[in-house]
Design a protein around this ligand. Structure first.
Ligand code: 4AD
Ligand code: MG
Length: 476
């Protein structure tokens, strides 16, 4: 007999001999094991005949132990489950010392669980979050596959800074204590592993553009790295980004694509991950009860997800948004940390969240930002001062997507690079796209962890990626 999973057995209606392997969540009254194997948020109850089981075995049935159980699937006598297993034999595969096992059968704080991230998926919350993360990732590939996109693997090590923000991790094999120097005293990167200075990618966009300009519709989904020193609940130093790039698509088409895509992946989990979502919905409601009224969520987690899939995202230009913000109560009462005075100001997350959560009360797409607060590659508008950029703002998250129509005119792009001191030699291949068959094209980047935060209701980004990398922290 091949062992079943807990998920299979809980759905099974034929009562028969079964076999299962998993970890003990709790063992109660020397009789009831709650067993979990990761296949579902639910445990299966296994009832031990303690009178006919060795005392030495009973002692080893402890929280966290791995066990192999053979028994009979029967209708459950107790409440809360339709079936249970009457145990015929139990083998302890791996003991767990109840004195030292960190994951006790009670509530643990998230900070404690971050320190025990290697064991935290043995809790209901983290197993649900990580199953959802997996499902969302599948939904991403499914969406693009069904819509004619090719999946492209963009390089992790690169010589260019796509976002021009200079927040990169250097990749080097040079002797750190004694690097080869040029006459000028600067480090001689021609002797470095790649013969030049390289870094971990901050975005796969520039390479994705090259493929869009031949394969038409492509996307990347991979890890990206940013050495920005922001210790917030929404920033990671290593995060996963989804970046579609499409030839012959303008900014309006880009917004349509992003909205349809976001709705589709959220719908996927609403349809396929009900049990985990229901658990997380309840978790969030319980957490809310501990907060003051003003900070509580107006909608439950599942209501919030449905709200996004069932309503149009509000499209607002940067200029309109600045007007709204300038005249807003928190701005007038100086409640914002960053006061909005004039057109051109960069929006902080407090402003984004005001627009989404207080003013529009729905997801918002802001577009046509001032050129000088956005990256070099964005298409300059006819007004000469704004670019065809768009950011999608979500409740509770702020910016979740950033994208744009790309500058397809060689001369305008060159001028922009010169103004920003971006050397043409570094991006000769990127400029080539504008020399040979250039065309309107657009794309965006979705921060995958921010999507997982939204879909799970978790409020710290460190809790939606298995092993978070943040300033001063790269454990595991
Ligand atoms: O807005 P960003 O910087 O845009 C780009 O990188 C473009 N190249 C995307 C494109 O057009 N292809 O980043 C895109 C998204 C943000 O909206 C945010 O969701 C996420 O990536 N992001 C982060 N997520 C976690 N930690 C960080 N430090 C992040 N920085 C950006
Ligand atoms: Mg951005």
């Amino acid at each position: 007999m091949t062992p079943s999973t807990v998920a299979q057995l809980l759905k099974q209606t034929t009562l028969q001999e079964v076999e299962i392997k998993g970890w003990v969540r709790t063992f109660r009254a020397n009789r009831f094991i709650a067993l979990n194997d990761g296949s579902t948020i639910n445990n299966i109850q296994c009832v031990v005949d303690f009178e006919n089981t060795d005392e030495s075995i009973l002692k080893r049935i402890t929280t966290g132990a791995a066990v192999h159980i053979k028994g009979n699937l029967v209708e459950s006598q107790g409440k809360g489950q339709s079936v249970e297993i009457t145990v015929n034999s139990i083998e302890i595969l791996g003991d767990s010392d109840p004195e030292t096992y960190p994951i006790q059968p009670r509530k643990h704080g998230f900070e404690f669980l971050r320190k025990n991230a290697h064991l935290r998926t043995r809790t209901n919350t983290f197993s649900a979050v990580m199953r959802l993360r997996s499902a969302l990732s599948f939904a991403v590939h499914k969406y693009f596959n069904e819509n004619g996109f090719y999946y492209m693997h963009t390089p992790i090590i690169t010589g260019s800074d796509a976002e021009g923000a200079g927040e990169m991790f250097r990749v080097s094999t040079l002797d750190q204590k004694n690097p080869p120097l040029m006459e000028s005293g600067e480090i001689d990167h021609s002797q470095n592993f790649f013969g030049k200075d390289t870094n971990l990618t901050v975005s796969g966009q520039l390479e994705a553009e090259t493929y869009a300009m031949s394969l038409g519709k492509v996307y990347t989904f991979g890890p990206t790295f940013r050495a920005e020193n922001s210790n917030t609940s929404r920033h990671l130093s290593e995060f996963w980004m989804i970046e579609p790039e499409v030839a012959f698509m303008d900014l309006a088409g880009n917004m349509d694509l992003a909205e349809d895509f976001m709705k589709s992946v959220i719908n996927h989990v609403l349809e396929n991950n009900k049990e985990d979502l229901e658990f997380l919905d309840k978790r969030l409601a319980d957490e809310d009860k501990t907060k003051p009224q003003a900070e509580r969520n107006e909608l439950s987690l599942i209501e919030k997800l449905k709200f996004v899939t069932e309503n149009n995202f509000k499209r607002v230009s940067y200029t309109e948004a600045i007007d709204i913000l300038r005249n807003s109560k928190p701005n007038k009462k100086k409640k914002f940390k960053y006061h909005i005075e004039e057109w051109g100001a960069d929006l902080q997350s407090e402003h984004e969240r005001f627009l989404v959560e207080k003013h529009f009360k729905c997801p918002v797409i802001l577009f046509d930002y001032p050129a000088n607060i956005k990256a070099f590659y964005m298409r300059l508008n006819e007004d000469g001062k704004t670019v065809r950029a768009m950011d999608i703002l979500f409740p509770g998250i702020g910016e979740i997507v950033g994208g744009s129509q790309r500058e397809e005119r060689l001369d305008v792009l060159k001028d922009k690079m010169a103004a920003l001191d971006i050397p043409e030699e570094e991006l000769w291949w990127y400029l080539d796209l504008r020399k040979y068959g250039t065309a309107v094209h657009s794309g965006f980047g979705l921060g995958f962890e921010r999507l997982v935060m939204f879909a799970t209701g978790m409020s710290n980004i460190r809790d939606v990626i298995p092993y978070p990398r943040t300033p001063q922290n790269a454990e595991f």
